[in-house]
Design a protein around this ligand. Sequence first.
Ligand SMILES: Cc1ncc(COP(=O)(O)O)c(C=O)c1O
Length: 426
Amino acid sequence: MSLDLPAVRERFPALALPHDDRPRVYLDNPAGTQVPTVVLDRVRAAMVECNANMHGNFRTSQRATELSQQAHEVMADFYNAASPGEIVFGQNMTTLTFQMTRVLAPLFREGDEMITTHMEHDGNNTPWRRMAAERRMVVRTLPFDRDTYEFDLADLDALINERTRFAALNFASNLLGTINPIKDMCRRLRAAGAITYVDAVQYAPHGPIDVQDLGCDLLVSSAYKWYGPHQGVLWGREELLQSLAAYKLSVVADQCPDKFETGTQSLEGQAGVIGAVEYLQWLGRSYGGDGGPDAGGSPLPPRTREVHAALGAMADYEQALSERLVAGLQAIDGVRVHGITDRAAFTRRVPTVSFTRRGLDPADLATWLGDRGVYVWNGHSYALPVVQFLGLADAGGVVRVGPTHYNTLAEIDAAVELIDEYCRAH
Ligand SMILES: Cc1ncc(COP(=O)(O)O)c(C=O)c1O
């Protein structure tokens, strides 16, 4: 069943805010999405009813402990993890990733090799390069094809050898929109004995994740990119997490996930994550199919099924948004889209579309659009490795237009029309 856009949009109060006398057109979703009312309700309820530290012997504290347990269970289903103990909450993806560099670093020694890619957001780049420098590891970087904007897995095979110990991989690019073949990549890397760390920040808002099927070792996303609050959520394979020595206080139990959740956590954030997943469940029940095939023969939990059904329905609709956006931009004289433009390959992209035009300053255009209520991003969007690899760093990067399932085709048309008007005048 196709999405009922008015019913979807009604759930997001921010979508009704005006920009002066116009509507606001949120096309900055890769930088962060708006949130549905259920998230606001969950955050509010947590701050009223559960506002105490966990593990105390009184009701508010007991409610706080239960809330956190529930948030771990919900996220275990979101990722289809084997258990809630595999879920680690943290401030955001970047902080969790730096934290993981501290606990993984002792596993590596001089001459060990690490693989990363030219498609990374810097959050999955700098932390690992710093770890590699400390441990005197060799870093090998997987290129992507500058015409297709995809990896060639033969290039990955060529980088893997008997010294490969670790790989940091991007699931979907926050600049190009490419979805990478993570399952195949992890299979190759694990066969070589490497630990794989997947940055799913841009994939999670657009596609279902099943960590048991993917075969990675660690995976991370940020709930504020998928309709929730500012919370990072990491999944790790239980045996691996158990075996790692956490940077933890001596008073904290040496068990998962407690040993990685350092200091007082944002319980209101975890409550909001529950709300975001509830929103996806509603979407899945209302407009989704059956949630797709079960991985490895074992049935998916009901909540996982609903979330996967939601993401499937969203992906179908978002493909229509991508097609309209890419076609509209390509019709503008001199515009070059940096990402997959072949319709037959649109299942391998999220709707994030970046473009440049000779002589056009991305910041000027983004400001001009922003003044007219159309919110897009410009520059490198922290995907510095990507803009450097494309040779666009000195030209101000790109203009990034990032719709999601609550955007309408009319909003895409309005944005394209304005971009066309600007390009004709400059
Ligand atoms: C692909 C990707 N990875 C990592 C990050 C960093 O996430 P966080 O803001 O949660 O640290 C982002 C943020 O935009 C991203 O798009």
